[in-house]
Design a protein around this ligand. Sequence first.
Ligand code: 48F
Length: 258
Amino acid sequence: MSLDEIKISEAIISSYTSKLIGSLELDVAIVGGGPCGLCCSYYLAKNHLNVAIFERKISIGGGMWGGGMMFNKIVVQKDAKKILDEFGIQTTIYQNDYYIADSMEAVSGLCFKATKAKVKIFNLLSAEDVLVKKGIVCGVVLNWTAVEMAGLHVDPLTVKAKIVVDATGHQAEVARIMEKKSTIRLNTPSGKVEGEKSMWADVAEDFVVKNSKEVCPGFFVCGMAANAVFGGPRMGPIFGGMLLSAKKVALEIIKKLK
Ligand code: 48F
């Protein structure tokens, strides 16, 4: 049998299109495919929710690949090690509460389990706005990253979601968009994005879990976006807080939706 280029094109276009159409009305839309977005998506999809991740870059994994200063190892604490165990990601003990994982294995493991749980991951798509109706966030507005990079004047498309999660990391991009464009007050001291503070790992790791939550109707923040929104410090290449915050938000969303 000779290979037909048109069949190959048709297979890709039709399967991608059906994945996209199946994501037009989601239970949960997660913006950002870093460690937090991936981990959160897994717990949601495992509970039979229709979940998609929209990631700006060509690769998922965000800041996890690079470990600390490109030394591609990450550190997690005992509580979070249990989450890595659940994903089948190996850890070795360094000392007491400090465990080490390989960042390559960690990102691949998170992605593998998430996709096996039926999370739909879309790379090369950026969220440029949110859908807000009567004070409730109910979707995300998407465009190709290539359009964004080229500065082309192309209108976006919109997907609906019962819940939108900002897992965009340090920039807290979705929360920033809301701050700029909507009249919604965020559930922070100033009602706006407080902004991330300088490094303090110990405080930051607790802060991120505590502040990963719903910040206005239909809109949750988790991971570094939570620290940026609530004004917490950064923590550097310790990733336990990311995983624990992701799981916490997933469980809160499951409770809210069921
Ligand atoms: O930055 P990122 O890894 O955030 P995270 O999951 O984890 C933070 C850690 O990596 C690290 C840390 C903890 O130890 O300090 O920084 O909270 O992943 C965020 C992802 O969101 C994507 C971005 O490309 C990255 O992969 N992203 C950001 N803005 C958008 C976006 C957007 N507007 N649309 C789509 N994706």
